[in-house]
Design a protein around this ligand. Structure first.
Ligand code: ARG
Length: 459
């Protein structure tokens, strides 16, 4: 009867409308290479163990090879009604090689399959990120070398504080990225564990050889607990946390580049291709790339928080919620990757306005600490010297005179320890005096540069 047909029609329509909710093929297809590599290794292992025939294994491998080419040529018939990557590939394999395709999923579940794909993928992107961060470090080192002797104002509270070498400032970022690289290395170590063989959650009732699979796929070891292996996404969280920190470092650097390239500071000029004009104000050179890196940091934090929240209430073992690990992860991968590329290209083209930063570094206030240290050198206790210099600085502010232009007689009104050598205190002398490990003295910075270069050469 018509009503039944209509009712069924409605049901079918609703089902197809809502089944879109479960579909992941539009984003998990990104994992096709990992999925195919895992399947080929699995089929080979099944044949070695006598679980399937050698002929079936060979034809599975051959069919998967063709599928990989189809995907690469953009000729693969993706079908959302098959829900995910795994089912799309398996169906296509069946079309290509027939019933042998049905033997591939022996002793495997999509639960350990997707865990495998994610680990393979994470291992790969970690490599890319690390080599990208090395490039950024190389660019920082290049800048530090190019402007090695330049002294600039160093800041606390964004108030001019003490003179530092520009190279020292660049090397500070080198250190941050060095720690980021360490964190990505940690992430790689923990991702480097084979989950395949865990089955749906409890293991598999076949004589599989997990060690062989690990070797085939280049893993250092196999997971110890099948329940953990199918539901663990810690390694994704670790990648995203390391990415969030990395982006935070790019964001801090961006903030400085934005401030430094303002008219008020005028410390640096960014290369034309990394600035944009305004559609209305002809004079503008906006630091959009740095601003966007700062802005995109927010979404990477959001991705991390999203996954942590997805995971927090999940009972063991696999839950479909875990499918939600991917989009934010991929977004983080893409955002970090492009940010790294932008910085690796933008930094070498940055020009330091050496004269301007050097003249600001020599301005009176910047040397007040050194003058206090000068008094300490003459036997005055530091606290007292600090008080004398505070009063002197206030005096200079009121008189609107540069500390170094103040006549000696006036100096001596504040302390009779002042003598003619007070005028020897310059920004360069101030930096050179910070000659302890980690300090900004040119000799220390030169050592730090050599060490940094060595680190880059060794990796
Ligand atoms: N698309 C799924 C995911 O990404 C694959 C595993 C599906 N497993 C299942 N039992 N439905 O997590």
């Amino acid at each position: 009867p018509l009503s039944a047909v209509l009712a069924r029609g409605i049901v079918v329509c609703c089902m197809s409308q809502f089944s879109a909710y479960t579909v992941s093929i539009h984003y998990d297809r990104r994992l096709y290479r990992q999925d195919i590599a895992g399947s080929i290794a699995h089929a080979r292992m099944l044949a070695r163990q006598g679980i399937i025939s050698d002929e079936d294994s060979a034809s599975i491998a051959e069919g998967l090879g063709r599928i990989q080419l189809e995907i690469q040529a953009d000729e693969f018939p993706w079908d959302p009604s098959l829900e995910d990557l795994h089912m799309n590939i398996e169906r296509r394999l069946h079309d290509l090689i027939g019933p042998a395709a049905g033997r591939l999923h022996t002793g495997r579940s999509r639960n350990d399959q997707i865990a495998l794909d994610m680990r393979l993928y994470t291992r790969e992107v970690v490599e890319e990120v690390i080599s990208g961060l090395r490039q950024v470090q190389r660019a920082l080192l290049g800048l530090a070398r190019r402007y090695q002797p330049v002294v600039m104002p160093g800041y606390t509270h964004l108030q001019r504080a003490q003179p530092v070498l520009f190279a020292h400032h660049m090397l500070a970022y080198f250190e941050m990225f060095q720690r980021d690289i360490g964190r990505f290395g940690d992430c790689r170590r923990r991702a480097d564990v084979l989950p395949l063989g865990s089955g749906a959650l409890a293991g598999v009732p076949y004589p599989t050889d997990r060690e062989f699979l690990a070797k085939e796929l280049g893993f250092s070891g196999i997971s110890a607990n099948s329940m953990d292996a199918v539901s663990d996404r810690d390694f994704v969280v670790e990648f995203m946390a390391a990415s969030a920190l990395g982006m935070m470092h790019f964001s801090r650097m961006s903030e400085e580049l934005i401030i430094w390239s303002s008219g008020e500071f005028g410390f640096v000029r960014l290369a034309e291709e990394f600035t944009t004009g305004s559609s209305i104000m002809p004079q503008k050179r906006n630091p959009d790339f740095a601003e966007l890196a700062r802005g995109k940091t927010g979404r990477v934090y959001g991705d991390l928080m999203g996954l942590l929240t997805t995971l927090k209430g999940l009972p063991l073992t696999y839950n479909r919620d875990l499918q939600e690990d991917k989009e934010g992860f991929f977004d983080t991968v893409d955002t970090l990757h492009t940010t790294i590329q932008v910085f690796a290209a933008m930094l070498p083209g940055m020009e330091l306005q050496s004269e301007r930063v050097e003249s600001l570094a020599g301005e009176s206030g910047m040397l007040a600490t050194d003058l206090a240290d000068y008094l300490v050198g003459k036997g005055v206790p530091f606290r007292e010297a600090h008080g004398i210099m505070r009063a002197l600085c206030r005096h200079c502010d009121e008189r609107e005179i540069h500390l170094l232009h103040l006549p000696l007689a006036e100096y001596r009104e504040f302390s009779t320890h002042f003598a003619a050598d007070v005028y020897d205190i310059t920004a360069a002398a101030s930096a050179a005096a910070r000659d302890n490990p980690g300090g900004t003295a040119p000799s220390r910075v030169a050592q730090a540069l050599d060490l940094a270069e060595q680190i880059l050469e060794e990796t």
